[in-house]
Design a protein around this ligand. Structure first.
Ligand code: SIN
Length: 496
């Protein structure tokens, strides 16, 4: 039986004392032109908050503030910057329940996943607090005795950080952590669907003692005025963006004007390969985790599930049984495993992929429909779906579905699996399950992806360099190399 939860009461209590605006210089401002926009709950359609809608003048004010704050922030000893980052991380963990509730309300993901995201998000601040203290230079031997060469690493400068709606907290801290640790200041543009998680974090930065102007957060219903202000301004030296490959392409083109550093974490089309010798239980559990995390709305979700013929029937049966048992519903309800999709276009894409697969010969093993109308107020809830005997030419294998649809594609041998897996312009993440250690190395080395999970469906962690190859992006976030994205290398040739 579904436990009783007073959803309206939770929403009212969460936002009763909330104060959000355009966050510049540690102040909460209205938009200069007075505009506002609404943030809605994708599970109910209810308006959660009406907040200021930043335009070009507000973006400009944020750039001014970040630029003014840069000299003092970058000159602060790294240990002091690290202490402040650790303080925000501690506050995030202390306020985890509130932050997770805000996230579920504006994004839709189940509360347990939102709690997990807050912990994950805090880990980037802690990790990069450590890295702040390890930004070393080099002394390089010169080729004459009266010369020395010193290599310095210095903050890039003002950074524009543009984050997506699917991980409203973790994608922000994965960028802010290294930027602030390196001594950069930041202007953050959260996704228009989910600005509240980012704005709530703004309060924690103030509480942790961050000086005005170091972190600025610009909510806007339309990202274009913000982007144009960034592109036009020489003082913004770096853009970090997580989102679609189409938008990434536009950012690359437009940033040519003032030649900015770029980090891009873009789309994926992850293969998930189950070899005959895989541990069946682990492979099924892994496929569930990878495919259905955040209702299938992650860039590293399994998109194409390749299953070798010798294990195909057993995998399909066990996997379908698990999927059929998943509970779709409002993320605040404790037994929901699958929340709503972010909006109707997302839902329409899922429907198009399912219909295309069925029209081209796939069989429906479970799901395949939206939730019934009476349980689906926003029409964005889709039942977790398994498609048998899918093939590589179907839409569901050609495009990133970004929803709870699992196409099972049978394959014959290792060569075929690798060829099919690599047959995509994207190269973010890939997974495979096998018990053969030689195959682990053979396959991992041939897969053209930045992130490989071998018998591991959840490879994301602050210590690892997250990022893609091919059209999945540029640069890495996390790991010891993550801070390099926010550092310029300079050398000093010194005559003595
Ligand atoms: C993403 O979907 O872009 C991020 C997923 C993760 O960090 O695990």
């Amino acid at each position: 039986m579904t436990p009783t939860v007073d959803l309206a009461q939770i929403t009212a209590a969460t936002f009763a004392d909330a104060r959000y605006g355009i966050f510049i210089n540690n102040e909460w401002r209205s938009a200069q032109d007075g505009k506002t926009f609404t943030v809605e709950n994708p599970a109910t359609g209810d308006v959660l908050m009406t907040i200021p809608d930043a335009g070009a003048a507000d973006a400009q004010a944020a750039i001014d503030a970040a630029y003014a704050a840069l000299p003092a922030w970058s000159a602060l000893p790294a240990g002091q910057r690290a202490d402040m980052l650790r303080k925000v991380a501690a506050l995030m963990l202390e306020r985890r329940e509130r932050l997770a509730t805000i996230m579920t309300l504006e994004q839709g993901k189940p509360l347990a996943e939102a709690r997990g995201e807050i912990t994950y998000a805090a880990s980037f601040l802690t990790w990069f607090a450590g890295e702040a203290e390890r930004v070393y230079g080099q002394i390089v031997p010169a080729n004459t005795p009266n010369k020395r060469i010193l290599v310095l690493r210095q903050p890039v400068g003002v950074c524009a950080l543009i984050t997506p709606w699917n991980f409203p907290a973790a994608m922000l801290t994965r960028k802010l952590g290294p930027a602030l640790a390196a001594g950069c200041t930041a202007i953050c543009k959260p996704a228009e669907q989910t600005p509240l998680s980012a704005l709530e974090l703004g309060h924690l930065f103030v509480e942790a003692g961050f000086p005005p102007g170091v972190v600025n957060i610009i909510p806007a219903s339309n990202p274009i005025p913000f982007s144009n202000a960034i592109f036009d301004d020489e003082r913004v030296r770096k853009i970090s963006f997580t989102g679609s490959t189409e938008v990434g392409r536009i950012l690359i083109t437009n940033s040519a004007k003032t030649i900015k550093r770029m980090s891009l974490e873009l789309g994926g089309n992850a293969p998930f390969i189950v070899f005959d010798d895989a541990d069946l239980t682990a492979a099924v559990r892994g496929a569930i985790t990878s495919k259905f995390r955040n209702s299938g709305q992650t860039c590293i979700c399994a998109n194409r599930i390749f299953v070798q013929r010798g294990i195909y029937e057993r995998f399909a049966e066990a996997f379908t049984r698990e999927v059929a048992g998943m509970k779709v519903g409002n993320g605040l309800l404790p037994d929901s495993n699958i929340g709503p999709l972010i909006d109707l276009p997302a839902r329409d894409k899922v429907q198009r992929h399912v219909e295309n697969a069925l029209a081209h010969g796939a069989q429906l093993l479970t799901g395949g429909t939206p939730l019934p109308a009476e349980a689906n107020p926003t029409r964005t809830f889709w039942t977790p779906t398994v498609l048998a005997n899918a093939s590589t030419d179907m839409l569901v294998a050609q495009e990133e579905t970004f929803g709870p649809v699992a196409p099972l594609i049978p394959f014959d041998d290792e060569e075929q699996a690798i060829t099919w897996a690599n047959d995509t312009p994207f190269g973010l993440s890939a997974y495979f399950f096998t018990r053969d250690v030689s195959r682990v190395f053979r396959v991992a080395e041939r897969l053209e992806f930045g992130i490989i999970g071998a018998n591991d469906a959840l490879p994301s962690t602050a210590q690892a360099p997250f990022g893609g190859v091919k059209q999945s992006g540029l640069g890495r976030e996390g790991g010891s190399v993550g801070i390099d994205e926010y550092l310029e290398v300079k050398y000093l040739a010194l005559g003595i």
